[in-house]
Unconditional design. Sequence first.
Length: 248
Amino acid sequence: MPHSASATEPPLADPPRGIRAAIIMDGNGRWATAHGVNITDGHRAGGDALHDVTEAALDLGVSELTVYGFSTENWRRDPDEIAGIMQLFIELVDREAPIMLERGARMTFMGRREVLGEEICERMRWAEELTAGGTNMTLCIAFNYGGRAEIIDAVRAAVAAGIDPAVIDEDDVSRHLYRPELGAPDVIIRTAGEQRTSNFLVWQGAYAEFVFADTLWPDFGKPELHAALVEYARRERRFGGRTSEVVS
């Protein structure tokens, strides 16, 4: 489990640069309950944590950071909570895209956009166009995203492109994922003590290492990210029984 170093522990060495990381940001609701605030305030605190972690990822040399913002299953939540998440998402994009531009990073999104409404889709397009030239890091926010839905959509896209369904292979599916230009994550981090994938990056995460942190997402920051990446870097990765370096 990742943990922050105490005053009596030696500082952790920096993880290797170029890691592709993904995060399941869990615990906003429990954080809100623990702090006696409403769920929207919990999600707002989660948005602040995303800012801090994105800045930390840039400082630590992460090449790609993909975060789970809103899943296809989250539509089952209370309508007021969903409305709050949508408004907070617009505010987050408006705030973070200029920061990404300033830091030379790219912001993009993946998921099913058609049901999100024109305002959200327009803000996504704006942020992607504004930061398209960023090379220091890519921040990808998975919004209205589900791993199984992505695979279904990829297969449908491959068939629509004229590929014979009888010969569709893994390369065909990979080329038609929502963001085929992104690499498979090296490490997937989940916060708040939960230890499941929750339909996140089902295809891309097949060989990712998992690091689980007890910290609730709004309390997750640079020390926790640093510790999680160091934990990952200690792993000996195996692909079908063969070992590999931690960073490809």
